[in-house]
Ligand binder design. Structure first.
Ligand SMILES: Nc1ncnc2c1ncn2[C@@H]1O[C@H](COP(=O)(O)OP(=O)(O)OP(=O)(O)O)[C@@H](O)[C@H]1O
Ligand SMILES: [Mg+2]
Length: 377
């Protein structure tokens, strides 16, 4: 998949930009606060319709304007697509190939992206939510219906929590709780099953990348961790069926019934799950060095690329925001060589001298200054 054109109007500090990026490596270089990350954000927003850093539309609209527009043209399996988003203070307007769409989530699956933002370096050291988001986003990009499933499940948990906070002594309320439980088991088992299946595939790919990066010194294993009694090497878990997960959820809900009522919150389900990365037998989150955690994140990102390719038949777009400077030359190369041979890549950096000559020779370079993007020729 290749982005052939990017148009932005009034998107943050980018008043007007029109880029025809290279199908290989594109480097955005400029001093701090010039608009490099803003352009990457404008691309990223087309993965789900949401930014990775803004929750409000107005944050992304130029201070002097009351709307912003972003257009992207892409080629995918020899087909061309046009994605268009207009941001107003309180709404987003989307059209795909010239046809207006009601839901912004209709975008999911059009533009597949593997992104690497500085915050991702904390994927391992951060909290479980970040890892759940990582895996859920991964699945959603190759299977858009999973995104809807996740939203449905989140709404269910909100309703169930509200219900648990109330007193449910009466009989009809008991019936209502049973209905919530049945839904939790149905939706929850689908989510857990899909996450395990995906993590299994990712873990095989990540293990290979990790061996390569660490020159076979480190063995990476990924575990899915759930309080329903799942905490095993994913390799063994791969065989677990949706029905077995349903049984585990049902059993745990029964066990936690009293505590859930006392606490007024849902204590069972995939919204509490996590995965751990085990390197040479030890949980890297607890025992790994900073560098080992970063290497593990790179292994996961490279695995994401391969995973998306095998699931969709297309390489995704790779976005690297300011992370290369955080890596030594060897790891920079591993990331870019593995990826950018045939992956369209966007890199933002303040200092090109941090990149090796062989990387720069094959790159299209844009100088970024005050929201303007000038092709370096
Ligand atoms: N809604 C907005 N309207 C106008 N300018 C904005 C808006 N939101 C952010 N900016 C400005 O955009 C500028 C560029 O931000 P950006 O994050 O793209 O910088 P950058 O080039 O990636 O810099 P760095 O190297 O520090 O990461 C910042 O000065 C920021 O204040
Ligand atoms: Mg930046």
């Amino acid at each position: 998949m290749i982005i052939t054109r990017i148009n932005c109007y009034n998107f943050r500090n980018i008043i007007k930009a029109d880029l025809k990026p290279s199908s290989k490596l594109n480097i955005l270089v400029g001093r701090n606060a010039q608009g490099k990350s803003n352009l990457l954000e404008a691309i990223f927003i087309f993965t789900t319709g949401r930014s990775y850093r803004a929750t409000k539309n107005e944050d992304m609209i130029n201070f002097e304007s009351n709307y912003a527009e972003v257009n992207i043209e892409l080629e995918k399996k020899k087909n061309k697509h046009r994605l268009y988003l207009q941001l107003n203070d309180n709404k987003k307007t989307l059209s795909i190939d010239g046809v207006k769409r009601k839901r912004v989530s209709d975008l999911i699956g059009y533009l597949n992206v593997v992104s690497f933002f500085p915050k991702d370096l904390d994927l391992i050291s951060g909290g479980p939510k970040e890892r759940r988001d990582f895996i859920d986003m991964e699945i959603s990009q190759v299977k858009p219906s999973f995104y809807k499933l996740g939203n449905k499940y989140s709404r269910l948990i909100q309703q169930r929590n509200r219900f648990l906070k109330q007193n449910y002594q009466q009989e009809y309320q008991g019936t209502l709780l049973k209905s919530y439980d049945d839904q939790l088991i149905e939706l929850g088992s689908q989510i857990v099953h899909k996450r395990i299946e995906t993590l299994y595939k990712l873990s095989i790919l990540a293990k290979l990348s990790h061996r390569q990066i660490t020159e076979t010194k480190e063995n990476l294993v990924i575990n899915y961790v759930s309080n329903i009694g799942i905490d095993d090497p994913i390799g063994k878990l791969n065989k677990i069926t949706k029905e077995e997960i349903e049984d585990l959820l049902r059993k745990k809900l029964l066990e936690e019934k009293v505590r859930e009522k006392e606490r007024g919150t849902t204590l069972v389900g995939p919204h509490l799950d996590d995965f751990t990365c085990i390197v040479n037998g030890r949980d890297i989150k607890r025992f790994g060095s900073q560098g080992q955690m970063r290497t593990t994140v790179i292994s996961l990102k490279l695995a994401e690329l391969q995973f998306m390719r095998s699931e969709t038949g297309e390489l995704p777009i790779l976005i690297l925001d300011d992370v290369l400077s955080e890596l030594d030359k060897e790891r920079q190369h591993l990331l870019l060589d593995n990826a950018s041979g045939s992956t369209q890549t966007f890199v933002a950096t303040t200092d090109v001298s941090l990149l090796s000559e062989s990387i720069l020779n094959n790159a299209t370079i844009y100088r970024v200054d005050g929201g303007n993007f000038l092709l370096n020729s």
